[in-house]
Each structure stands twice: as structure tokens, then as C-alpha cells.
Ligand binder design. Structure first.
Ligand code: ATP
Ligand code: MG
Length: 407
């Protein structure tokens, strides 16, 4: 892709109201645009990152045997009345009347919608387990939408739902999904991620599990053991920093700020009971199935990556989700030829072909944050200067060597 043709270009200044790093850098880099507080456009560059994040999540969900589908976002009041959430979740749910006086809500989650579909089809234990998911928009009336794409009033979520014959089968799958989440987050590029016990909010009385990325700027506070995997959210932690770990006894408890990128919920029979979902077991008896739900916010994931991976010049994307494989800067005539050859070799390259100063091209390259920078200039001759975004080391490579390193 030629940078001259990309919409839009970088901007020097961050918007005045941009408080968080991800807001500043994503807007300056041309990744996202803000319509109003909590409402974001993923522009072509940002959409590329989002697509790569969602693809990794999709692949990992599919390894658990889950099936992808797509559910509606406009919901009738009646379905939310079945579980009482029209009233109990009123604060977070956008509710409104149409011109004929019918009441609707915009989706803030999909448990009720899944349960409605399941009860229409579920007959016997042979139909279980069911594992279905989608990527779609969620609407939430967030009081503080100040953290850039970390907290949208409208945002993207991957939500998976599973239905099981009993609690044991539910938990067996629940832990499989936990592992799949961990793999997805590792592939996306998070290094410091904690599986944290938390309360369930409006969802459940039992513990849920959050996936927390340690980040100075995070809104959450978690406690974790410096030796083992034990971790609890502030909402449920009852102890002191520095105390011995209640799990392993060897480590000490530390405190940190963090960003929640995922959350999984063992919901049990609560929704099935309220919504009249049944199946018949092997003995022909009517039983209530167990239910769990699992969420990841891919748009928040993009913002979180920026929060934990940037420097004073701009974003530093991990290779797995970077918008392009390489950023080619042309300072001399044969750059176009190099660009064409890279593309032919299958390299997804962003080519800065503008007639602007070298300094401006280098600064934009650092701001945009693609992991590999390639420069073609009089100085490099028939070679390319190769430099990683997170290193100062440079080397001269032939085109073939560069392609081999990239693919
Ligand atoms: P928070 O406590 O941060 O408000 P939550 O616990 O209400 O989030 P969940 O219902 O657990 O959110 O949603 C599952 C996932 O969806 C979260 O782990 C997060 O990645 C994402 N998410 C939730 N709310 C938002 C939001 N307002 N903007 C962007 N992503 C969000
Ligand atoms: Mg949560």
C-alpha cells in the first residue's frame, strides 16, 4: 500500500481532550477517529490491527470446537424481562421506545439472546454441549468514557456461550476456553497477563475469571503472587500487600494496576432456569442445562497494546498484529521498484512514497509503529537498510535477504 493513498495521514498534535496514551497515539497515527466520547471509528490502519486481533481470537476459539455465528443488536424488552435484567441492568443498557411505543434495548451482552435460540432447538442430552460465539458490537452506557478505545460506549466484543449437561462438563470446557484465551493473548503479544479471580457483577454470584494486563495506566487494581499464578481483583481481595501467598505460601502478594481484556463467567443454571431451557437426559428425565459465557474486547485489546507498548516517538506494535509487515521509506528513485518487488514476494508493505522530508517520513514511521523499517536511499545503493522499531541497530541487506527475514 502506498502511504500517499492511505486515508487518513498522521497528525502532529493529539486532540486536546485526549487524556490517555492510546487515544493520543491512535488518533495521531491515523488508526482511529472519535465521533463523540466513547464512540470510535476504526480507520483503515486501525481496522487492519483490529482484524488481526480478531483473527487470532477466532482461530483460538475454533480450536475449542466453538462455532462462529452472528446475533442481532436490537432486542425486544420482553426478552430482557425474562431474567429481570431490563430493570437490574438499566444503568448500563441503552433502552428506548420506537415511534409506535414499542420498547427495545441495544445489545450490551447476549446471554438472553443465546438462551432464546437454544431453547428453540435443544431437545436431548445428545444435542449438548453447544459452543457458539460471535464478534459484534456491544453498547454500554459507560459513565466514564475517557480512556480512548479502552472504554467505548459502543465497542467490539467476541462473546462465546456454552451449554452443558452438568456442572462438571461446563467447567471442563470453561478451563479449555481459559487456556485458549491465554494462547490468544500471548499470540497477540501480551507478555504480562494475569488470570484474576473476580466477582461477577450483574452476571453471577460465583467467582469469574478476568484476564488482566499489567499496565500503569490501568483502571483496575489487582493483587497477585510474585511466585505462583494466584491473583485476585481488588473487589474481592481481603488481605495485605506483602503478605504470604494464600495459595503457594512461598511468594508474596504484590499490587498492580491493570487493564481487563477478557472475562469468563461460569453462570450455572441461573439463565436456563429463568428462561425455561431444558433437555432430556438418558433416562428421559427433564433436566436444566449448565451455561457459561466468555468475553474478550478486541477493540480494548488494541488500545491496551498501545498502553503497554509505546515510547516517546509512537506505537511499537507486536509483529503478530501490526498493520503491515514492513514500512518502506523511499529517499531515492528506485524505491518504487523495491516496493513492487517486495509486494510480488508476498510482503505486506506500507510504502511512504510522499514528497516530504526524510525527517517527516522517519517520524511518521516511528509514530505508526510497524515492527520493521526499510530505507532505500542513495546511500544504501542496491541494498536496503533494515531497522526494527524497538532497536537502534541497522544493517544493510539485499532485497532477497530482507524478504527472507520478513516471511
Ligand atoms: P469493565 O469492568 O472494564 O467495565 P466489564 O467487566 O463490564 O468491563 P465484561 O462484561 O466482562 O466487561 O466484558 C467482556 C470484555 O469486553 C471485557 O473484558 C473487555 O475486554 C471488553 N469491554 C467491556 N466493556 C468495554 C468497553 N466499555 N469498551 C471496550 N471494551 C470493553
Ligand atoms: Mg468483566
Amino acid at each position: 500500500m502506498k502511504y500517499s493513498q492511505l486515508f487518513p495521514k498522521t497528525q502532529r498534535e493529539a486532540p486536546k481532550e485526549a487524556e490517555s496514551i492510546n487515544h493520543q497515539l491512535l488518533v495521531r497515527g491515523g488508526f482511529v477517529g472519535q465521533l463523540m466520547s466513547g464512540s470510535w471509528t476504526f480507520l483503515p490502519l486501525g481496522f487492519r490491527v483490529l482484524q488481526k486481533v480478531t483473527q487470532i481470537i477466532r482461530e483460538e476459539m475454533n480450536t475449542t470446537g466453538a462455532q462462529e455465528m452472528l446475533m442481532p443488536l436490537l432486542h425486544p424488552k420482553e426478552i430482557w424481562n425474562e431474567t429481570g435484567r431490563w430493570d437490574t441492568a438499566r444503568e448500563v443498557m441503552y433502552q428506548f421506545k420506537d415511534t409506535r411505543g414499542r420498547e427495545f434495548a441495544l445489545s450490551f451482552t447476549h446471554e438472553e439472546i443465546v438462551m432464546d435460540e437454544v431453547r428453540k432447538h435443544l431437545r436431548s442430552y445428545k444435542d449438548l454441549p453447544i459452543k457458539i460465539y460471535h464478534f459484534s458490537t456491544k453498547f454500554r452506557n459507560e459513565p466514564r468514557a475517557k480512556s480512548g478505545v479502552l472504554r467505548g460506549r459502543e465497542f467490539l466484543m467476541k462473546d462465546l456461550y456454552s451449554v452443558h449437561v452438568d456442572e462438571e462438563d461446563m467447567y471442563r470446557y470453561y478451563w479449555r476456553v481459559k487456556d485458549a484465551y491465554m494462547r490468544a493473548f500471548k499470540r497477540i503479544g501480551f507478555e504480562d497477563i494475569k488470570l484474576t479471580e473476580a466477582s461477577g457483577g450483574v452476571f453471577t454470584d460465583k467467582h469469574t475469571h478476568e484476564f488482566q494486563v499489567l499496565a500503569e495506566s490501568g483502571e483496575d487494581t489487582i493483587y497477585y503472587c510474585n511466585e505462583c499464578d494466584w491473583s485476585q481483583n481488588k473487589e474481592i481481595f481481603d488481605g495485605l500487600v506483602g503478605q504470604d501467598c494464600p495459595e503457594c505460601g512461598k511468594g508474596k502478594i504484590w499490587q498492580a494496576h491493570s487493564i481487563e481484556v477478557g472475562n469468563i463467567f461460569p453462570l450455572g443454571t441461573r439463565y436456563s432456569e429463568k428462561m425455561g431451557v431444558f433437555y432430556t437426559d438418558e433416562q428421559g428425565e427433564r433436566k436444566i442445562p449448565y451455561f457459561a459465557s466468555y468475553g474478550i474486547g478486541p477493540s480494548r485489546v488494541v488500545g491496551t497494546l498501545v498502553e503497554v507498548s509505546h515510547d516517546d516517538k509512537g506505537i511499537v506494535w507486536p509483529k503478530s498484529v501490526a498493520p503491515f509487515d514492513a514500512h518502506l521509506i523511499g529517499l531515492s528513485g528506485n524505491a518504487l521498484e523495491v516496493y513492487t518487488k517486495l509486494k510480488e514476494a508476498g510482503v505486506d508493505v506500507l510504502f511512504d512514497d510522499r514528497e516530504v522530508s526524510a525527517g517527516e517520513k522517519f517520524a511518521d514511521c516511528d509514530l505508526i509503529g510497524i515492527p520493521v523499517r526499510l530505507v532505500v536511499s542513495e546511500k544504501t545503493g542496491d541494498r536496503l537498510e533494515w531497522k526494527l522499531r524497538n532497536s537502534e541497530d541497522k544493517e544493510l541487506l539485499t532485497l532477497e535477504q530482507a524478504v527472507n527475514k520478513l516471511l
